[in-house]
Design a protein around this ligand. Structure first.
Ligand code: IPE
Ligand code: IPE
Ligand code: MG
Length: 228
């Protein structure tokens, strides 16, 4: 397997967690946390592109998130639509290609249309590949990639296996993967941060990259020692 030894993580994956608690702590409704979180996404994307990250995969909505109250789900779907609509131009200008991964067929038609538009518009971007995971389940993606499953069900759209993740960051304090990129994180460095997603800044990201650069990735080999 190809082994990455780069100091800047080439493929960063982020579980953007803590929007609801951020709002609740301020005595505001949860949806305000999601709005604040979406604002942070723009800054994080730009920051990662500047830092030289080649692939950034963001967990925005899990297949299990359909179990949330209908108003919260509706608010999130609206937020995704307006985010993709307004980000198409800046992403194209920055040379960032955007793809959406996940099941797509259960998303509202208008959102699917906006996704197709932004994907087409940014397809030539070579600076960074941004993937947003919507209605995403890693177990479903792995299952969909099995030949036997494909034969039985037909190839499920969007249930792709991605390149290996170098650095997986989860904000919001929980230490779990919540069905995100289980296969791709086989040798990922894991970083769990207590900071809530809407409070993430460039400095938080820089500290995460510095932490990554200090780690020794061994891929099962013996440790590298400086020769005496
Ligand atoms: C993450 O924040 C955003 C989504 C899952 C869509 P949460 O909404 O899970 O925030 P907390 O975990 O309740 O604080
Ligand atoms: C994971 O967060 C999904 C996203 C961040 C989009 P959740 O808040 O849904 O995960 P659990 O429920 O704490 O495991
Ligand atoms: Mg959460």
């Amino acid at each position: 397997m190809k082994q990455s030894t780069s100091l800047v993580p080439q493929h960063v994956a982020i579980i953007m967690d803590g929007n609801g608690r951020w709002a609740e702590r301020k005595g505001r409704p949860r949806w305000m946390g999601h709005v604040a979180g979406a604002r942070v996404v723009k800054d994080v994307v730009a920051h990662c592109a500047r830092a030289g990250v080649e692939q950034l995969t963001l967990y925005a909505f899990s297949s299990d998130n359909w179990n949330r109250p209908v108003e919260e789900v509706a608010g999130l779907l609206e937020l995704f639509e307006s985010h993709f609509r307004t980000q198409a131009e800046p992403l194209e200008q920055k040379g960032i290609r955007l793809s959406v991964i996940g099941q797509r067929t259960r998303l509202p038609l208008a959102l699917r249309q906006v996704i197709s538009d932004v994907e087409a518009r940014t397809a030539a971007g070579r600076r960074m590949h941004l993937r947003v995971a919507l209605d995403y389940s890693s177990r479903a993606a792995i299952q969909g990639a099995l030949p036997a499953q494909q034969a039985v069900r037909g190839l499920a759209r969007g249930t792709t296996i991605l390149p290996p993740v170098d650095l997986l960051v989860r904000t919001g304090g929980e230490r779990r993967l919540s069905d995100f990129l289980l296969w791709e994180c086989a040798y990922a460095e894991l970083l769990f941060l207590d900071v809530l997603w809407p409070d993430v800044t460039g400095a938080v990201l820089d500290a995460a990259f510095e932490d990554f650069a200090r780690r020794e990735r061994r891929y099962g080999h013996v440790p590298q020692r400086v020769s005496a």
